[in-house]
Design a protein around this ligand. Structure first.
Ligand code: SAM
Ligand code: SF4
Length: 327
């Protein structure tokens, strides 16, 4: 079915589902430094509840699903969920965003059960810095995970890099070189504010600055026809198979073409990443709401999707850290 759109005529066809708030890393821009309130297990939606919600959403017009977290691979049975979602009529793409630590062990099974693509978050190629950013020392596991995903055909594997001044901004060229030498698909992401984290505004690097620094490697050409269905704008250096994407949530918001809804692990439906507005679906799901009523709630969230985020006006989401919303 087509034609699901919000009050501003933006088509809504993409659902991001966070399946856990647990994580095996502690990234400084995502995980609060203290007072982490973990959801109780009984508050986290079961796979059957996620399936019920996703099926209703697909009947309204959702076509693409991305699984995120927390770290989705720390939740037991993820391949089973992928299989359930991939079989929903109308869903043509099930993808995963992961930190890659456990990916090598799961890549083949995930591919078999219907996962199409994977994005791996990796902010540094340096062991010490990996530990500084994530507070853990799993760089080699992540690199193995990327190779495993590539080798089983979870194509394209996109590597997400949040760029931070004084932390990893000096690795822009190293990541860009991977697109030239090894065909990597790298996406540089601007740091967003998130409650309680230690990465701060002074570490923000705008994409315009990233592009300036990348000129040292040559002239970036836009990928034509344009690729991807999300907010990234893609480029490549001449005669290379890899690509470089830029994501500018802060310096140049892309809200006018936002096609997304987000479901948190505890069953709240959020029409905007950077707004605290959300609708509870967990209680209705647990009290056996009929699909027609569930769809009304999904439509209500969509009707309340704001035109754009208000970061420029100083309105920063306060209620949930990024690790709970799923990025
Ligand atoms: N654990 C998985 C991972 O790291 O890929 C999935 C969840 S994580 C919250 C999803 C994405 O959000 C990651 O690519 C991460 O880099 C991004 N993210 C988290 N906090 C961010 C922030 N403050 N600014 C920009 N991106 C952020
Ligand atoms: Fe965990 Fe992903 Fe957040 Fe890092 S970005 S703390 S890996 S949820």
């Amino acid at each position: 079915m087509t034609g699901f759109s919000d009050s501003f005529q933006r088509p809504i066809n993409y659902l991001r589902i966070s399946i856990t708030d647990r994580c095996n890393l502690r990234c400084i821009y995502c995980m609060p430094t203290e007072g982490i309130q973990l959801m109780s297990h009984s508050d986290i939606l079961t796979y059957e509840e996620i399936y019920t919600m996703a099926k209703a959403a697909a009947e309204l017009g959702i076509e693409k699903i991305r699984i995120t977290g927390g770290e989705p691979l720390v939740r037991i049975g993820l391949p089973e969920l992928i299989q359930m979602l991939a079989h929903i009529e109308g869903i043509d793409d099930v993808a995963l965003t992961t930190n890659g630590v456990l990916l090598a062990s799961y890549a083949a099974e995930l591919k078999k059960t219907g996962l199409r693509r994977v994005n791996v978050s990796l902010d540094t190629l340096n062991q010490d810095k990996f530990e500084l950013i994530t507070c853990r020392n799993n760089l080699d596991d992540v690199l193995e995970g990327i190779e495993a995903a590539r080798s089983v055909g979870l194509h394209p594997v996109k590597v997400n890099v949040v760029v931070m001044e004084g932390i990893n901004d000096n690795e822009l060229l190293d990541f860009a070189t991977k697109t030239i030498d090894e065909g990597w698909h790298v996406r540089f992401i601007e740091l967003m504010p998130s409650p309680g984290v230690s990465a701060i505004a002074s570490q923000f690097v705008p994409v315009s600055e990233m592009k300036k620094r990348l000129k040292l490697l040559g002239k970036l050409k836009p990928c034509l026809p344009s690729v991807g269905n999300g907010p990234a704008k893609y480029f490549r250096f001449p005669h290379t198979s890899g690509t470089i994407g830029f994501i500018t949530p802060v310096s140049e918001h892309f809200c006018f073409c936002c096609n997304r809804l987000r479901l948190t692990a505890d069953g709240k439906l959020r029409p905007c990443l950077l707004s605290d507005y959300e609708i509870d679906l967990k209680s209705p799901l647990r009290s056996g709401i009929p699909s027609s009523e569930l769809k009304k709630l999904i439509k209500k969230a969509v009707a309340n999707k704001p035109l754009r985020h208000q970061l420029a006006e100083g309105c920063i989401p306060k209620d949930r850290p990024m690790t709970q919303v799923g990025g």
